[in-house]
Design a protein around this ligand. Structure first.
Ligand SMILES: Cc1ncc(COP(=O)(O)O)c(C=O)c1O
Length: 460
């Protein structure tokens, strides 16, 4: 360990894999030890003050850190009762949170609470399968899902991802779904190619085997802040009607206001059958996710076995539910949805201007408070796979040197995806904090640019 100031418990500065009992995500990284957070600022034990431009790194802390109203709601609920399992019981916070979510998404009919995004997607998969089984369509199990994107780390959710670099060691456990675009947004501006790939998949697998189409409406990773065109969604709607599969949208990263609407699906021309939420619902103050479904999905079980009993220990527990309610209160009382919706386009334009001089920047995208900066190598070519990982790490490292937390994504096996820097500030960020974020982000990428330029092969 290094760092200047000793802290209680003896831990300080940064922590490497050979200095900890924790099994870290990367055995090569030195982890910064954060001791507190306030708003968009993270304070490390060695006195660094990091501007959190990514809502805790996963987009979860969408209101910033240490929101008094949420902390007080959690405290009050924990004093009454924090936990019991919802097998025989329910609670007022769970009931009220479900009602609140349905009032914000009236197209939906029921809510199942879980602890996070992977559990939400896993549960949505199970629900889609049950929907068909209950209706006597037992052959339907396969899912169309998109080639890219992070869908979760549990085996069911991981099987939705088509990213071979993530799937590889776990392949024996992963169901063989059909991985299709939308992926090649540059080559397929209208979505026609993606629809053609779905048609080919339907023909090859047989439409009677397809349970669902699963995708984000607005992608949170490469390509960040991008979504398929209306033409694609209309085409999908036609195929849903003809072939009887469900449309499930993973709104884990983009729901609860991130892209300027309560659900990202409210910006689509069609209504999905199932939507999953995670990250922002607990706003980084409690682990919380949800699966919302429309009436006909619920009806299939209502008229069938009347059981959907697989669950997880923390599903709908009083403490996270009370946190979820407080999060929605804060968003409504402070009119943060309007803030994200109205400020988002300017923020994207300001980011694009800040990035203008940098040859390494290939494209800037933005939807609400979700911003993506796509990076390219020489002659606007995506970085090769071997380089993408290095570039992503370089961006992370230089950002932290400038006391800025960003998220980098790289889709290793997809040359079009390249490397992206994702910015997703808290909805509560002031204009000064947003300006500071843009300034630091530009400085970081300038340094990345110098490093790439200095290398004869365009690698860091
Ligand atoms: C779009 C999307 N889906 C699913 C997940 C998985 O969520 P969790 O990490 O809460 O299990 C994530 C996490 O970042 C995500 O961004």
């Amino acid at each position: 360990m290094n760092g200047a100031n000793p802290v209680p418990g003896g831990m300080q500065g940064t922590v490497g894999s050979d200095e900890t009992s924790v099994f870290p995500g990367s055995l090569d990284l030195e982890y910064l030890n954060v001791e507190r957070g306030e708003g968009v600022w993270l304070q490390t034990t060695d006195g660094r003050r990091i501007l959190d431009a990514c809502s805790g790194g996963t987009l979860a802390a969408c209101l910033g850190h240490g929101i008094p109203q949420v902390v007080e709601a959690a405290d009050a609920q924990a004093r009454r009762i924090a936990y019991y399992y919802n097998h025989q019981f329910t609670s007022e916070p769970q009931e009220r949170l479900a009602d609140r979510l349905l009032s914000l998404a009236p197209e939906m009919a029921r809510v199942r609470f879980v602890s996070g995004g992977s559990e939400a997607n896993e549960t949505a998969l199970q629900l889609a399968r049950l929907y068909h089984v209950e209706r006597g369509d037992e052959d339907r199990w396969r899912v169309f899902s998109t080639v890219r994107g992070h869908t979760g780390s549990t085996m069911g959710a991981l099987a939705l991802s088509g990213d071979r670099s993530v799937r590889e060691p776990y392949e024996p456990y992963l169901a063989t779904h059909l991985h299709v675009p939308p992926a090649a947004w540059r080559a397929d501006a209208t979505g026609a190619e993606a629809l053609a790939a779905i048609d080919r998949g339907l023909e090859a697998a047989g439409p009677e085997t397809i349970a669902a189409f699963f995708c984000e409406a607005v992608s949170a990773s490469a390509p960040a802040a991008w979504g398929p065109t209306d033409g694609f969604w209309h085409g999908l709607e036609e195929r849903r009607r003809t072939h009887g599969f469900l449309v499930c949208v993973d709104d884990v990263a983009t729901g609860v206001g991130r892209v300027g609407s309560w659900l990202s699906t409210h910006q689509l021309p069609i209504e999905p059958d199932i939507v999953t939420l995670g990250s922002g619902l607990g706003a980084g103050h409690a682990p919380l996710g949800a699966v919302l479904c429309r009436q006909h999905v619920y009806d299939a079980l209502d008229r069938g076995s009347r059981e959907f009993d697989l669950g997880h220990t923390w599903d709908g527990a009083p403490l996270p539910s009370a946190v979820g309610l407080a999060v929605l209160d804060v968003i409504e009382e402070r009119d943060l949805l309007t803030r994200v919706h109205d400020r988002g386009p300017d923020l994207r334009d300001q980011l694009a201007s800040a990035m203008e001089p940098l040859a390494i920047v290939r494209e800037v995208r933005g939807r609400g408070f979700l911003l993506g900066v796509a990076l390219a190598g020489h002659r606007d070519l995506p970085f090769p796979r071997s380089t993408a990982e290095d570039i992503a790490r370089l961006v992370d490292d230089i950002a932290l040197e400038h006391e800025l937390l960003v998220r980098t994504v790289h889709a290793g096996n997809d040359p079009e995806a390249g490397v992206e820097m994702v910015l997703a500030p808290a909805f509560t960020s002031t204009d000064d904090e947003l300006a500071e974020m843009l300034e630091r982000a530009a400085t970081v990428l300038e340094r990345v640019q110098h490093s790439v330029d200095a290398s004869p092969r365009g690698t860091p």
